[in-house]
Write a protein that binds this ligand. Structure first.
Ligand SMILES: Cc1ncc(COP(=O)(O)O)c(C=O)c1O
Length: 430
């Protein structure tokens, strides 16, 4: 039998190995996982966006189902017919064969995004691990310092395959340009997030795209949180998110020249799948060069079905749903503004982080929110730097007015009980 050495408790003396250093870095998080009801919870039941944990009902502000597609009756009703036709799971690797549903999803995605082609794989994590090393070759990867952990992991693998990784400052195209100017490699890949999963802001994509094109680099953008929410701007738009939810490239009015977009369907589209938007030639290359197309299992049929039904709903009512989501988010941001509470969110997108003045308060703040029926994501160190430790509120279209009222009441109470960071001069002004 395989014996696995148990991971050491956080209090164990730190050695020299990377595991020891990583465990030490994660000790605050490990402590929260052990002691706080707001982490690693078992959810016993849901009712709309209310969740039950034991005998406590809480309003869920930790869901990434931004558009509420997970609860939509038309989408749920669409699934059984697909299961009847296809069974529960196509257990071929995609290189062996894929249900025609994949073709349909990839074509509809390309049409929605306005890109040449798309390739669907199960998760963004798998895409980063598979695609970043292929695009980087033995050249240089320019990595946004604050990029998502899964992008970092893809870059680590690229490094193991011979690429050099250089990090540039967050939201700083000038710093990126400085590094590119000094770099002589034949292949240059820039890796960064689209809508940031903690700040809720988008980078200045026009500036980054300009730098990428000028230095003949590929700009690889992970818009896990923007896809489905933000989209092309236009006169008939119902809110500042833009129209159609067709992601960050269209939101900034950019073409796909030198840009590879990656996003997931597991957030706004509530389905286990992800995609890469790229030229058909790259798609062909990735089918054999990117391991998950050959070596990983595909998404379950129910997820392929909910993606297709999600596209229909997006066409019919997506913009109205997004306008409602914008309004709900706006209420939260306006209240924070009135209370003088800092949030990094400048965009109005539905991710609102509230950092604490003292990172040591995180456990108590988590309990305070939990006891008052509010469920959020605790952002502990090392998920965020110590001066950004706090909690992340995600608003979804399925959150009711009453749930948002309760959230605002509890945040007001929290601001009296704990020190939050005061608003700075250039905060979001709704
Ligand atoms: C920016 C970003 N990239 C990637 C991921 C991972 O996505 P997936 O679950 O599809 O691997 C997440 C998950 O939250 C994310 O926020």
């Amino acid at each position: 039998m395989l014996s696995v050495r148990p991971l050491a408790p956080a209090s164990r003396p730190v050695g020299d190995g990377w595991v020891d250093r990583w465990l030490a870095a994660c000790s605050d998080l490990a402590e929260l996982e052990r002691s706080n009801p707001m982490t690693d919870a078992v959810i016993d039941e849901i009712s709309g966006r209310m969740i039950r944990i034991g005998d406590q009902w809480l309003a869920d502000f930790a869901s990434c189902n931004y558009l509420g597609f997970d609860l939509d009756r038309d989408i749920i009703a669409a699934v059984p017919e697909y299961l009847d036709r296809w069974g529960t799971h196509p257990s071929w690797s995609r290189l062996l064969g894929s249900p025609v549903l994949y073709e349909q999803i990839e074509a509809r995605l390309a049409d929605l995004l306005g890109c040449e082609d798309t390739l669907v794989l199960p998760t963004i994590t798998l895409i980063h691990l598979a695609v970043i090393p292929v695009l980087a070759r033995d050249g240089t990867v320019f990595l946004d310092r604050r990029a998502h952990k899964t992008i970092y992991d893809g870059c680590q693998l690229a490094r193991a395959h011979g690429a050099t990784v250089k990090r540039f400052a967050f939201e700083d195209p000038d710093d990126l340009e400085r590094l590119l100017r000094a770099d002589q490699s034949a292949t240059r890949l820039i890796c960064m997030d689209g809508v940031n999963s903690m700040t809720g802001n988008a980078p200045d994509l026009n500036a980054f795209a300009r730098v990428a094109r000028e230095y003949d680099a590929i700009l690889y953008v992970d818009d896990a949180h923007g896809f489905g929410i933000i989209g092309e701007r236009g006169a008939a738009e119902l809110c500042p998110y833009g129209k159609r939810g067709n992601s960050i490239v269209r939101h900034f009015g950019e073409s796909y020249d030198n840009i590879v977009l990656v996003a997931g369907l597991s957030k706004s589209y509530s389905s286990l799948a992800a995609f890469i938007a790229c030229p058909s030639e790259l798609k062909r290359l990735l089918k054999t060069a990117a391991p998950p197309y050959l070596y990983s299992g595909p998404s379950p049929i129910a997820s392929l079905a909910t993606v297709l039904a999600g596209f229909d709903l997006n066409e019919k009512r997506g913009d109205v749903i997004r306008a409602d989501l914008w309004e709900k988010t706006n209420r939260v941001l306006r209240r924070l503004h009135r209370l003088g509470i800092h949030t990094p969110n400048r965009s109005g997108f539905p991710i609102v982080e509230i950092p604490l003045a003292r990172h040591e308060d995180i456990d108590q703040v988590g309990r305070f929110l939990f006891d008052r029926g509010i469920y959020v994501t605790l952002a502990a160190y090392p998920l965020v730097p110590k001066d950004e430790v706090g909690f992340r509120v995600q608003i979804t279209a399925a959150n009711t007015r009453a749930e948002i009222d309760r959230l605002l009441e509890v945040i007001t109470e929290l601001a009296n009980a704990f020190d939050l960071q005061p608003a700075r001069h250039a905060e979001y002004a709704a």
